[in-house]
Design a protein around this ligand. Structure first.
Ligand SMILES: N[C@@H](CCC(=O)N[C@@H](CS)C(=O)NCC(=O)O)C(=O)O
Length: 243
């Protein structure tokens, strides 16, 4: 049995981390039995979630989890796609993970109101006297990571502009297709769903959310993917699971 290490559902999302949600959807797409465990962060091989334990073998990072499932179980998440489509899918995935992610992270962690409504809850089990110190240390760590990536060096409106450009690209590429690459879901849907759902999450206010909300096709897409992979949740990010 595969164990997927997660943060656990939060803010009406399957997980606050889009990378964890991506890995979970890939497991669902593969049709493999798995369990989730929210107690693995301290032992994460790369200091981040997600990672899996598959019969004693630990695989960290959502993309390497995907590669592991492809190699060990013979799953082709891009079944039916041409090499050109596979290339586009990879490029969109990495745009979301390596660029859009940082704009979304900035809006959750550096906007005080969003932080108070969101990531602050991760620290509520820490005793009150030291909590504010721990929160300050972790927020500084996130700011340093944003700076090291480069996104954190931009002004607020520039960060929003970059994030919105990615959202527009996602909405335009999706167009009227049911799933990101066509009539059926493929691997990239795990990523696109996870990121767009996180941005549309009504728990947070941001220019990214306002931009995403202008695209009905994105909202319908979230409903469609929810129906396929999280029917038990009924709706995610205010988008009702669609029949
Ligand atoms: N490249 C990784 C990214 C994973 C990642 O950034 N996870 C974040 C949560 S969204 C994390 O665990 N951060 C904890 C930390 O940096 O201390 C993947 O694809 O799995």
């Amino acid at each position: 049995m595969i164990t997927l290490y997660t943060f656990g559902p939060q803010f009406g999302l399957p997980d606050p981390s889009p990378f964890v949600t991506k890995a979970e959807i890939l497991l669902k797409m593969a049709g493999l039995p798995y369990r989730t465990d929210t107690g693995g962060f301290a032992k994460a091989p790369k200091g981040k979630l997600p990672y899996i334990d598959d019969d004693g073998k630990k695989v960290a990072d959502s993309t390497f989890i995907r590669r592991h499932l492809e190699r060990k179980y013979g799953v082709d998440f891009d079944r039916g796609l041409s090499p050109e489509q596979r290339a586009s899918a990879w490029a969109f995935e990495k745009m979301a993970e390596d660029n859009l992610y940082w704009a979304a992270l900035d809006s959750r962690w550096n906007d005080d109101a969003n932080f108070a409504r969101g990531p602050a809850v991760f620290f509520r089990r820490i005793p009150a006297p030291v909590r504010s110190l721990v929160v300050a240390i972790i927020r500084r760590k996130v700011r340093k990571a944003l700076h090291a990536h480069g996104m954190g060096r931009h002004a607020k409106d520039e960060i929003a502009a970059l994030g919105i450009r990615s959202i527009e690209a996602i909405a335009d590429f999706l167009g009227s297709k049911p799933f990101f690459m066509g009539a059926e879901p493929t691997g990239v849907d795990a990523t696109i769903f996870a990121f767009v759902a996180g941005i549309l999450c009504p728990h947070f206010d941001s220019p990214l959310r306002a931009a995403a909300e202008k695209h009905d096709n994105l909202r319908r897409y979230i409903g469609r993917v929810t129906a396929r992979y999280y029917p038990e949740l009924g709706e995610i990010a205010g988008c009702k699971a669609a029949a």
